[in-house]
Design a binder for this molecule. Structure first.
Ligand code: 0PR
Length: 366
């Protein structure tokens, strides 16, 4: 390509960004991501060149990652021998959960509920594993139906803490009991709900539940950190060794994640958000999002819209006669929502950047 020089490149970059929608404008009401906290953006920039794939060059960044992973172990009430890894998001976490389970058990079948995310489909194709989809009841996994699908070939059972379409949380304790009795590892996909549930007064859903083998959650969604950021925590940290490869040319002995070169920026960003807000800060933000979700749900019902389910977390999904047309007309009014085709519905995600004024604008437009 021809050299443009920095000035022309900069103005082209700005012009491209101007075409994007932004969280701060208040337009985006259907995304599971949110505006990164200001300290996350600052930390990400400061650690831009760091590479956790070769930690000896970056001992400061490595120490930050160690602290952050310990924070997550504690947040998920995991035992001391548990180990979390910082990954690129929910997709990689789901791929890794299936990969480790395959290597550990030598089996290739995965039992999962119908509301599980499409990333498991990617994982199955990559790993040569077979998915056994099980019907759910009212959007939540049914332990009895899941149990029936388990065979001697089952490597892993999956349930969801905060489903993509409806934000519903499975009864992790019941499914954990079932998985434990069947002797099959259970992965909980908490990509969305994993950052909300610890701050609500709810029955345990995490690694306190005996049958739970692994748990994932995403700093780049409700965690208000920068993209890419996902966590997978294994109850027994030594299980990571099933996927370890030796790494002769770098300053580690082995790697257990897909990435070789690994960005420290997103790690520093997640650490910074944690230390800035603490549990109390997160609780306050989550409490506000939960209240707004209930307020929105009531407002929609008052207008005669039917909710697909009463919101469990901060996802509010309502039926529409023609959701695609409605999405388009709302978009023209500066309101960006997502369509959930399976339920002929529109999905709103009341994330930290979403204001009451933006939700009122949606209700008025409807
Ligand atoms: N597990 C669950 C339960 C999810 O909801 C998602 C993503 C994933 C795993 C995969 O996570 P990554 O996309 O981080 O790999 N669900 C979001 C969704 O489909 C992803 C998303 C986020 C889509 C923001 C659009 C958007 O604007 O809504």
């Amino acid at each position: 390509v021809e050299a443009w020089g920095i000035r022309r490149v900069r103005s082209a970059l700005r012009a491209a960004r101007k075409k994007d929608h932004s969280f701060s404008s208040g337009e985006i009401l259907g995304s599971m991501c949110t505006a990164p906290h200001a300290i996350a953006a600052e930390a990400h920039a400061l650690f831009l060149e760091t590479n956790l794939g070769d930690p000896d060059h970056f001992p400061g960044t490595t120490a930050i990652e160690t602290e952050l992973l310990e924070d997550f172990r504690v947040l998920l009430h995991a035992p001391k021998k548990a180990q979390a890894r910082f990954l690129t998001g929910g997709t990689e976490a789901n791929i890794m959960a299936m990969y480790v389970a395959r290597e550990k058990t030598g089996k290739t079948e995965v039992v999962l509920p119908e509301q599980a995310h499409f990333s498991f489909e990617k994982a199955a194709r990559l790993l040569g594993m077979t998915l056994k989809w099980v019907p759910s009841h009212g959007g939540r996994s049914h332990p009895g139906e899941m149990a029936k699908a388990i065979t001697k070939h089952t490597a892993l059972v999956i349930c969801v803490a905060g489903s993509t379409e409806l934000g519903l949380v499975d009864d992790v304790r019941a499914i954990g009991r079932m998985a434990k009795a069947a002797g099959v590892p259970l992965h909980v996909d908490g990509a969305f709900g994993g950052y909300i549930l610890p701050f609500l007064n709810r029955p345990s859903h995490d690694l306190r539940v005996a049958g739970v083998w692994s748990f994932s959650l995403d700093p780049h969604k409700v965690g208000m950190s920068t993209i890419p950021g996902g966590i997978l925590c294994l109850r027994d940290g030594s299980d990571w060794d099933y996927v370890a490869v030796e790494t002769p040319y770098v300053s580690t002995d082995k790697q257990t994640q897909l990435q070789g070169t690994r960005p420290g920026g997103a790690v520093a960003a997640a650490w910074a958000v944690h230390r800035t807000l603490g549990d109390a800060g997160f609780s306050k933000i989550i409490d506000r999002c939960m209240k707004l979700s209930r307020w929105l749900a009531a407002g929609l019902e008052k207008k005669g819209y039917e909710l697909v389910a009463q919101p469990d977390l901060t996802v509010v999904t309502f039926r529409a006669e023609n959701p695609v047309a409605l999405q388009e007309s709302l978009s023209n009014a500066g309101i960006r929502v997502n369509v959930v085709p399976r339920f002929g519905a529109i999905r709103i995600v009341v994330n930290p950047h979403v204001t009451k004024a933006a939700l009122q604008k949606l209700l008025d437009a409807l």
